[in-house]
Design a protein around this ligand. Structure first.
Ligand code: CAA
Ligand code: NAD
Length: 295
């Protein structure tokens, strides 16, 4: 089985920053790449805050935040990832964007480097086929917020070698995560079930079944969910949720995966959820308040 020592992460957004933090805290020297310094600065600040919070609560050793930050390099230059053993991609959910990057990396990295995608809904096979190493390509699907959520879906597509798959399972465990194995089908296991639920909550709001606050409270207090579905959609990102829905609808052609009209309108209006300050809630207020969407 290939040995993974150095880790590269593509994208320093919600997921990339969480994956990079988790890898560095687990002891891996980690390089994280995004397309601008401001994005990297935001990611680095989020990682510092999250590490300090975990140490404050006794979930990490007090020395770990500084040690983890010492193992992290934030770069805009793709060449800096050329000596990584494993590269995990967590950029925008867009096949063309991802494949452009995979082609560049394929030319840059030695043949042994394993490529992994954190995609929520795209086909691992379609990304693997864009590279000259389809046997060394695997899905590693983390959950948001990565430092707190214990699950990773490990996805073996038709071309993934046994060695690559085993290395991905082993790496997930070395991060302290619990892997489950999912087939390469859009949404894997968790999003196949979660995404229709989030979209149904948006449709319920659109149809006037309940208010934003009541739909969320209903699922929290009635079903014990830690977050209501509209809060969770804001947390995932409404832009990302809409992209995932489009991709899943394209794969399955079932109405339950179709993005509701309200979601599309919110995305074009720049309501991208918590990361943009506004979604179903206005996050400039503490606690966040539901936004009047003119329904
Ligand atoms: N790093 C460190 N600490 C964090 C943190 C982070 N990233 N995020 C939250 N915390 C801390 C909070 O600061 C808080 O600390 P205090 O107790 O000191 O205040 C603590 O964790 C608990 O957080 P909260 O009080 O906000 O509330 P919580 O008990 O609800 O926990 C949560 C937060 C773990 C995120 C919980 O709300 C939860 O499990 N939510 C659901 C998340 C979920 O479903 N994720 C999956 C999304 S789908 C996906 O990821 C797949 C996809 O492809 C789209
Ligand atoms: P995000 O919008 O928070 O971050 C995406 C980042 O990728 C941005 O910072 C962007 O600048 C960067 N980026 C774009 N092109 C790039 C390139 N060529 N090189 C390097 N960086 C580039 O998105 P996110 O929520 O972190 O989602 C990232 C991926 O993870 C998507 O595939 C998404 O489906 C998946 N995912 C998201 C969640 C979630 O809850 N948000 C959960 C699991 C998986």
């Amino acid at each position: 089985m290939p040995t993974i020592t150095r880790v590269g992460v593509l994208g320093c957004g919600l997921m990339g920053s969480g994956i990079a933090q988790t890898a560095a805290a687990a002891g891996f020297p980690t390089v994280v790449r995004d397309v601008g310094d401001a994005l990297l600065d935001t990611g680095r600040a989020g990682i510092r805050k999250s590490l300090d919070k975990l140490a404050e609560k006794g979930k990490l050793d007090p020395a770990t935040p500084d040690a983890a930050l010492g193992r992290l390099r934030f770069v805009t230059d793709l060449d800096a990832l050329s000596d990584c053993d494993l590269i995990i991609e967590a950029i925008t959910e867009d096949l063309e964007l991802k494949n452009t990057l995979w082609r560049e990396l394929d030319a840059l990295c030695p043949p042994a480097t394993i490529f992994a995608s954190n995609t929520s809904s795209l086909s691992i096979a379609e990304m693997a086929a864009a590279t000259g190493r389809p046997d060394r390509f695997v899905g590693l699907h983390f959950f948001n917020p990565v430092p707190l959520m214990p699950l990773v879906e490990v996805v073996r597509t038709v071309t993934t070698s046994r060695d690559t798959f085993d290395a991905a399972l082993d790496f997930s465990r070395r991060l302290g995560k619990e892997p489950i194995v999912a087939r390469d089908r859009s949404g894997f296991i968790v999003n196949l079930l979660l995404v229709p639920f989030l979209l149904d909550a948006i449709r319920a709001l659109e149809r006037g079944v309940g208010t934003t606050a009541d739909i969320d409270r209903g699922m929290q207090l009635g079903c014990g969910h830690p977050m209501g579905p509209l809060t969770l959609a804001d947390f995932v990102g409404l832009d990302t949720t809409a992209r995932i829905a489009d991709i899943m609808f394209e794969e399955y052609r079932e109405p339950r995966y179709a993005p509701p009209p309200l979601l599309r309108r919110m995305v074009v209006a720049g309501f991208h959820g918590r990361k943009s300050g506004r979604g179903f809630y206005d996050y400039s207020a503490t606690p966040p308040v539901p936004i009047d969407l003119g329904l």
